[in-house]
Design a protein around this ligand. Structure first.
Ligand code: GRF
Length: 227
């Protein structure tokens, strides 16, 4: 059979989607995503794990599993723009279809965001637009919200305000501490982010010029338990 789809290679299997993951620490979300690539039928290919911190434990985890790693130490640059330009030079070498921020604790400049516009994704530990920024779990408890969770979203110039792709939520108990809530939300993150990455790898997520997200062939956008 003559194959017309350019995305198919000789074995008629669709090309895998190439992901670069940026981390700053443990990279537990990165670890969950990287496991996807082990599945033969997956279309996820992790090209590299890149960190702004040489001490990030996630780098060792990735390297031990044969994933290429790189460090761009933000302390070596005189300003944000120079760091972001150096980071972008490293990232583009891996020719990513998508760049995933997973516990990446740097605020990126508009130059970097625009260079990867439409293919730069982040996970934030709140139900955006509620609680952008830091200390989301303590703020959620302080505010007395009943539901809290995490959001996977496209990154735009406005911090933690990009178009949401999907969310996972849970009920906040009246007695739990921010640390306990953070751990429960992290469990949801580890369900949500890999699911969204699967959708991205299958071209099931589109973002239009008005910032509207459309999911194709996905029957649900809300993941996670309500306990
Ligand atoms: C997570 O809570 C995530 O939502 C936030 O960074 C925290 C650590 O993530 N972005 P990880 O374990 O480094 O993936």
């Amino acid at each position: 059979m003559f194959v017309t789809d350019s995305s198919l290679n000789q074995t008629n299997k669709p090309e895998k989607k190439r992901f670069v993951i940026l981390i700053s620490g443990l990279g537990s979300n990165m670890q969950q995503i990287a496991q996807l690539a082990n599945d033969f039928s997956s279309r996820v290919s992790i090209q590299a794990v890149v960190s702004n911190k040489a001490s990030a434990a996630g780098l060792d985890w990735a390297a031990e599993r044969g994933i290429e790693t790189a460090v761009v130490d933000h302390r070596l640059f005189s300003d944000r723009e120079k760091f972001d330009q150096a980071l972008a030079r490293v990232v583009v070498k891996f020719e990513p279809d998508y760049v995933l921020l997973a516990g990446f604790m740097r605020i990126l400049t508009p130059g970097f965001v625009n260079q990867f516009k439409g293919r730069l994704i982040n996970i934030h530990p709140s139900l955006l637009p509620a609680f952008p920024g830091l200390h989301t779990h303590a703020r959620a408890i302080e505010a007395g919200v009943q539901r809290h969770g995490c959001s996977v979203h496209f990154v735009t110039d406005e911090l933690d305000h990009g178009p949401v792709i999907a969310q996972a939520a849970l009920e906040v108990s009246t007695t739990e501490t921010p640390e306990q809530l953070a751990q429960r939300v992290l469990v949801l993150e580890h369900q949500l982010y890999p699911e969204v990455v699967q959708w991205l790898s299958r071209d099931q997520v589109t973002l239009d010029d008005n910032g509207k997200v459309t999911l194709h062939g996905v029957s649900y956008r809300h993941i996670g338990t309500s306990e």
